[in-house]
Design a protein around this ligand. Sequence first.
Ligand SMILES: NC(=O)c1ccc[n+]([C@@H]2O[C@H](COP(=O)([O-])OP(=O)(O)OC[C@H]3O[C@@H](n4cnc5c(N)ncnc54)[C@H](OP(=O)(O)O)[C@@H]3O)[C@@H](O)[C@H]2O)c1
Length: 326
Amino acid sequence: MQYRRLGRSGLQVSELSLGSWVTYHNQVNVTAAREMLAAAMDAGMNFFDNAEGYASGKSEEVMGKAFKALKWPRLNYIVSTKFYWGLATEGAGINRKNTLNRKYLSQAIDGSLARMGLDFIDLVYCHRPDPHTPIEETVWAMSDMITQGKALYWGTSEWSAGEIRAAWDIAERHHLHKPVVEQPQYHLFHRRRVEQEYARLYEDVGLGLTTWSPLASGLLTGKYRKGVPKDSRGARKDMGFLVKALTDTARNTAVDQLVVVAADLGCTPAQLAIAWAARNPRVSSVITGASKVSQLKDNLGALEVIPKLTPEVLARLDEICQPVVA
Ligand SMILES: NC(=O)c1ccc[n+]([C@@H]2O[C@H](COP(=O)([O-])OP(=O)(O)OC[C@H]3O[C@@H](n4cnc5c(N)ncnc54)[C@H](OP(=O)(O)O)[C@@H]3O)[C@@H](O)[C@H]2O)c1
């Protein structure tokens, strides 16, 4: 495992990391989370991603209990959470849902700290942009979270390049803590934002990236080519919104060809897809997901595939994915 700086910050994150969306609480209980986190740490992962909204706060509770059981020195791991959606269990309070206003943010961090049982969170993200709150208000609230010692770094997720630059400029002007990272979707079928829209930000503001869904929710493993397997994310009732993309004919035809490339390289399609995301030097960490420890172990094999991605292999992948890329 190699470690990369989170953008221009001094924080070093493992090139592959592990997130808890869909899985923790729903598919992975505290015992399984503990086993999975231990396997991840043994392999060199040091960054674990979470969000207030995952399983409506329960994902943070599961991860927090697993950390407590593991008794790792706090310096050895980096944990994140994200704010914006609010918690379904607390109702649709007007200042508690789909917002980045100061009131919500200043209380949301306390809820996450309590659920995780931690004194501070390393990395906090604004989970989506909020067009109804001035960016300046959000920047002050995020910076204050750091000044208060409740978080160490902050960033954004799925913000436009213009919004990220506006936030950075405000922080620069007022000598506030600046956003250091963005968390965008990035995989073989979804790459324009990372490769084109954000292109100037890497040098101009030192933006780091922790990217999500390297397997497009499992599509890039090849397991959706004959329909939705039982026991997969696509079969979950609450994930119905993913089924159209997971079973898309053009995308699965491209996956057929990716399976051939993977076989030529002696790896699985999942390893190929994760290695492809990690080969981009702008990416600080590829956040992987797994519902079982066996998947995590399989996915860690991507580390050996990164050096095999020669310009010729990358050109082959571009050609295969070009018709379905976003
Ligand atoms: N910022 C954001 O808005 C945002 C959005 C989404 C995700 N994220 C973060 O990114 C992390 C990763 O996203 P993701 O979970 O969507 O990643 P992903 O890699 O695209 O999908 C992971 C899922 O694919 C299946 N899978 C993984 N490895 C497999 C293997 N080797 N063989 C077969 N199936 C396999 C598992 O689902 P099943 O076994 O259930 O099929 C697993 O939960 C999340 O946990 C979260 O921390 C952030």
